[in-house]
Design a binder for this molecule. Sequence first.
Ligand SMILES: [Zn+2]
Length: 344
Amino acid sequence: MELIKDAQYLSKLGLDIPETATTLLRQEEQIRQTSVNLHELLNEIKQAYAAIPRDMYQLLKPHREKVEEALRPGFVAITWSSLTIDECMLNLFISPISLFFVLDINNVRQELEQLRILVNDCTDILQCRIENALQTIADTQLCEPQQDPITLDEFSKLTDESCQHAINSITKQTLLCEKAVHYLLEILKKRLKPHEQAQIKETDAEYYDCALKSTMNTKGHVARCNECQPCAFFNYLTIYWNKNIDAIVQCTRSSLETIRKRLQQPIRYVGEQVIREQVRNPLFRTDIVLSIPNVLVKPSLDDMQSQLNKSANTMLKIGQDIPEWFHAQKLKEIMIKVRKIKEY
Ligand SMILES: [Zn+2]
């Protein structure tokens, strides 16, 4: 477009312009349309990149690069200051549509479409399987207090039962989440070039070893560069294992919070006036026993406190009964190796 503007100015000034520039001016409309199409294409690429989930950006690097590779001939050939400007001019001279041949726009569109499909597939797995499982874990209640007050024994039984039920449900969701993350990584791996696929190893001896370790990694295979694909795979597994743990912590925290709220009556003070908002039923049923000269509460406050502590401990320990991901076990092994390296 700069070239056309220059030719227009020269023409308006009444100066002689080369034949090539005259041809350009004649084909101005077509060139303008080509420019619009190119801008549209670049915008589409921008939108496709924006749709990539943040955690997956590095994982999709080789797939983004395929689009960029398809674009590269265009960047090299169609540059005002490029060394191949003559070639560009020649193409323009033949026909402005030849811009598309230089760029191989069909190839770019094909690669872009492939990227879009891949991002859509991955986003579906991420939202429908992985995040759904994590949300189910976070929403699991370890103890759901009954509407009516119950005895200490009933509360203890209820907590044990609901914790056991929650452990089974969280175990199932954890396994589903792990499976879905591996499935997603498998899809991405299958779309890589054969030599890139060969770099990603999940064996015991070479568990996602960094592909750049010879040049970048000085601490053995422990540090992660996040530049190569094995590291991107490894880091993605670590991120989602940590999210799995966070979901379990959130489940425990919200269950304890539910009990705390049930034990506390919401009271508001306005001046000297006490306003009770929506009185909640007590959690425990107690008896008042007359034992002359005293009046006793049975079970005692200490018994209630001790039962609450016991139930809270049961809830806090549920994580121990939930199986770890295979990746978590490998992470532990790696940590042990790091410690040993540091000791030497
Ligand atoms: Zn690496």
